[in-house]
Design a protein around this ligand. Structure first.
Ligand SMILES: [Zn+2]
Length: 669
């Protein structure tokens, strides 16, 4: 029997992670980050009902959704759950009453309407209980900010009074919420329950790509659903946080290492279209995977304190994330890619459809929900503690943080002033009443070989190693200043089809293509204020870069533009690179007049619950499609390469909405 009372005799339980999260409302975003979140507030995060169903329903703020028209009845709960989670976090960061009230309507409706056993949320017990994880993440953020004990007690009852097996493949992810409640309440029944679910789920799905033993195999997870893989792969790291047992942690580490080795795209997120695949220059990721990759890998950062995980989060947050959303945060892509020179109704190579358009609701409705979580979660995870009384600047962006530090837990404020990732200097200023000794950790990214740290203008007398956190442990006083300088060099990275990409520090660079924005008047899930867009290229994009790996500083000219609080568009790109390039004649959009379509069928049980989806047949259809092409092969490159060398402009990936990021090259590699 599981006891709901907990064991008061237990000592407070340890937290085994190297780093620990900070409540969202302890962090105040500034500069471009604040503006990005304000755009979210004024855009889709604050007004997602403009994207139509299911965001114009009651969502979680009712016993059931009137007119639930999804094929899978749990979908609108997942989709609205993502939204509420992103909204409450964005609201807490901005201290914005409008967002907080709107998100809290759903949170407190469910909190105030448990059933007689304490079960929370919609009473369709056949719903895939994965959807609760998504929604309860919003409760985690709300509790950490408000310390409302009702949240913890309600969740404890929900889990322990209603012993569901949580056996479906994504249902085991409930242990994320369960372990969080366990730590807050120190009730070992929850820990034991979570361990049991993890073990059973691994046994049941041992032959899938998402079991602990499969994660440990050095082979691609190709074919697995991207979201399922990312969500499942972090569970071991979470169990490690609360047990210190490294047998839990190892499969999580291996799972993300495999993505790096076999499935990673240049912009920092794995191929997930929607399944994990081998990268090509026509492959893409679903926006859900950008949100989920950064969220899930943050648990590995907390577990290990390994700076390389923070580098990965920054890479996705500064490149893939802003590159898949319009600058006003009113439209997003379902699938986005490093090479996308067209984003129209007929340009997604997987299904021939319009999921690469920028629209409020361009495909299945998960992504318009999940997009709201990307930048708020980056902002929240940018500051952490060391699990004791020290402060960690885990990732960099303009902000300030108010936290208790040192032996006496005195509250201090640290201002972080920077234009990072567009500049290499980060300035921290400390504000406090009394002098205070504590650890302050700053990160040296793996790409930075010549970092400098100044304390009150004087170089820090410590070894500074790339890909590490440097502990500046000293007695701090009001007005103290720590400056981190991270000079970056150009790097050329190998990609699919012998393509190469240009990187510099945390940013990946893409060809600046003149974008022709056409309103998609046929889109039924858009409004006058929240339009859908098709994007067409209005300038040549078929360039090969004329560079080689040696002396890149001499080959590439850097141009700095005026500072903008809204940097994520081609007109406001704060940095441009001028690079020699030549047109490749014959490298054009891929035209198709016939395409194979897979027909998916749903198998249901007698009660109408979905058992499985399967492809029952494929048909060839005629039509007119235009796709971003693969890179030219050696023959085309030789035959089509122009004799004239132009100078092209590259801009940060996140500023581009059409782009080439993986280029053919003429240089000697
Ligand atoms: Zn999605």
């Amino acid at each position: 029997m599981i006891s709901c009372t907990g064991n008061k005799e237990d000592k407070p339980l340890a937290y085994y992670g190297r780093f620990k999260s900070i409540p969202a409302n302890a962090i105040t975003p500034k500069g471009w980050l604040k503006q990005y979140l304000l755009n979210q507030r004024n855009g889709l995060t604050g007004h997602l009902e403009n994207a139509g169903y299911p965001f114009n329903t009651q969502g979680w703020a009712a016993d059931s959704i009137t007119g639930n028209k999804s094929i899978e009845k749990w979908w609108p709960y997942e989709q609205n759950g993502y939204w509420v989670d992103g909204m409450i976090r964005c609201g807490l960061l901005l201290n914005d009453t409008f967002l907080l009230n709107k998100a809290r309507k759903s949170i407190y409706y469910v909190l105030n309407h448990p059933d007689r056993n304490g079960f929370l949320g919609p009473k369709y017990y056949e719903l895939d209980k994965w959807v609760y994880v998504v929604f309860f993440r919003a409760w985690m953020a709300e509790y950490e900010a408000t310390k409302n004990p009702g949240i913890l007690n309600a969740l404890k009852k929900h889990f322990l009074n209603n012993r569901f097996p949580y056996t479906n493949i994504r249902e085991s992810i409930n242990i994320e919420n369960m372990l969080w409640v366990y730590y807050e309440l120190k009730d070992t029944a929850l820990l034991n329950y979570a361990r049991e679910i993890y073990k059973k789920s691994n046994e049941m799905f041992k032959n899938s790509q998402v079991s602990d033993i499969s994660f440990l195999k050095d082979s691609t997870a190709g074919g697995e659903h991207g979201v399922t893989y990312l969500e499942k792969s972090k569970l071991g790291a979470i169990l490690y946080l609360y047990t210190g047992d490294s047998t839990y942690l190892k499969p999580s580490i291996a799972a993300f290492r495999k993505l790096d080795k076999y499935n990673m795209l240049i912009d920092g997120v794995n191929v997930s279209s929607e399944h994990i695949q081998t990268p090509t220059t026509q492959e893409s990721h679903e926006i859900c995977d950008i949100s989920d990759y950064t969220w899930n890998i943050s648990y590995l950062l907390k577990a290990t304190g390994d700076a390389s995980y923070a580098d990965k989060i920054e890479r996705a947050a500064f490149n893939a994330a802003p590159g898949s959303v319009t600058k006003d945060f009113k439209a997003l892509q379902y699938f986005s890619a490093p090479n996308q020179v067209i984003a129209a109704r007929n340009s997604n190579i997987r299904d021939g459809g319009g999921t690469m358009r920028y629209a409020p609701n361009p495909g299945t409705e998960c992504c318009p929900g999940n997009v709201n979580r990307m930048m708020p979660n980056f902002a929240i995870n940018s500051w952490m503690t060391d699990g004791k009384d020290g402060l960690v600047a885990a990732m960099y962006a303009p902000s300030s943080v108010k936290v208790p530090v040192g032996k006496h837990k005195n509250i201090i404020i640290v201002d972080e002033d920077t234009y990072y990732p567009f500049s290499d200097t980060i300035n921290f200023t400390f504000h406090m009443k009394d002098k205070n000794s504590f650890s302050f950790y700053v990160r040296i990214p793996g790409w930075c070989k010549k970092a400098n740290i100044l304390v009150n203008g004087i170089a820090l007398n410590q070894t500074i190693t790339p890909s590490s956190y440097i502990n500046i442990n000293r007695k701090y006083k009001e007005g103290d200043n720590v400056t981190v300088i991270l000079p970056s060099d150009f790097t050329i990275t190998d990609g699919p089809e012998n393509g190469k990409s240009v990187e510099r520090g945390p940013l990946i660079y893409s060809l600046k293509i003149k974008e022709d924005w056409k309103t998609d008047i046929h889109d039924e899930r858009s409004t006058h204020d929240f339009p859908a867009w098709e994007l067409f290229p209005e300038s040549p994009w078929n360039y090969a870069l004329c560079i080689n790996r040696e002396n890149l500083q001499q080959q590439i000219k850097v141009v700095y533009k005026p500072y903008s609080l809204n940097p994520w568009s081609i007109e406001n790109a704060p940095v441009e690179l001028k690079v020699p390039a030549r047109i490749v004649n014959g490298w054009d959009l891929e035209k198709k007049t016939e395409m194979k379509f897979e027909h998916w069928t749903v198998e249901r049980d007698a009660r109408g619950k979905v058992i499985r989806w399967y492809i029952d047949n494929s048909t060839m259809k005629k039509g007119s499609w235009l796709f971003s092409p693969l890179l030219p092969d050696a023959g085309m490159l030789k035959k089509g390469l122009s004799n004239i060398t132009d100078t092209v402009t590259l801009i940060p990936y996140g500023c581009s909405k059409l782009r080439i990021t993986v280029f053919p090259v003429t240089g000697n590699f």
